[in-house]
Design a protein around this ligand. Sequence first.
Ligand code: NAI
Length: 328
Amino acid sequence: MRIILFSSHQYDITTFNEANTAYGYSLNFQESHLDVDTAVLARGYDVVCPFVNDSLDATVLQRLHEGGTRLIALRSAGSNHVDLDAAQQLGLTVVRVPAYSPYAVAEHAVGLILALNRHLPRAVARTREGDFSLHGMMGFDLHGKTVGVVGAGIIGQVFSHIMAGFGMQVLAHDPGPPAAAMLALGARYVPLDTLLAEADIVSLHCPLVPATYHLIDATALARMKRGAMLINTGRGGLVESNALIGALKSGQLGHLGLDVYEEEGGLFFEDHSNQPLQDDVLARLLMFPNVIVTAHQAFFTREAISEIAHTTLGNVKAWHSGAARNTV
Ligand code: NAI
């Protein structure tokens, strides 16, 4: 079985080689992103293994299919970067890693909340400079406040559990049936508008699908409590980035933590520190003292990376033996 992995980093090489000792597949690690120009590299590979910022639109899928690829084994939970209709029409199976470590993502979201609330990046920079003053450092107790969880799936539930541990009230918005674990925390399921109006912190954990594209736009931001905090560790496209700037400038949005950004493709996961940043919206967002941007690193723990490699190769094996699992 020949597998080509696009957007490979050293940690992919290490973890996939380790996991592959149990399988013995032929692995080709490519640094390049998968797109219409690089799809040719997959010629002759049964399995293509892309990451979140690879593009699998209809043209790319057509080229992969022509080259003999039959399985798309995503090394991610999200599948918003794949044209699933086109894949189905071509007879390409798409599998994913549904839950490699919900703790990794949920804990990162909590990390963003604590860092924003207690101004930790500024505090570190200040004390390093010998400035031990506290002006501008005041935060608020999480205890007794309300957190709104948009998308109470696997990650949203772990996140809610942690936040309930701080003594927060949990509001959830999810079109699915209420989860027993959420109800056990005392979470209340409410419409999105109610959640936005009542939550001190809004955290996004739903998938990016047409119905959730720009779920948080200027109108939604205006519905939030004045000075509330928004955290996005879901997908960049859930939030209309342009609208964030006005809301931050007016103080309507009090704090913003982003691990994902709608134009992150071609930027995140790479070192661009020697080049001028071309994205004016991101450049402006990075200038606000009450904004923290991390570069899609919420998934990035030892446990999650190892699980991604093991589940992906297990998915390939299951597909090869005719019992495809984790299909999208
Ligand atoms: P999941 O499928 O277990 O949960 C998603 C939940 O969102 C489901 O309960 C679903 O009913 C709900 N949902 C669907 N449409 C909705 C809507 N319109 N409004 C509110 N809720 C809606 O997925 P999981 O594992 O919890 O992951 C959630 C998302 O987190 C993924 O789709 C992915 O985009 C993102 N993610 C981000 C990572 C990162 O490194 N930043 C890593 C892993 C996942």
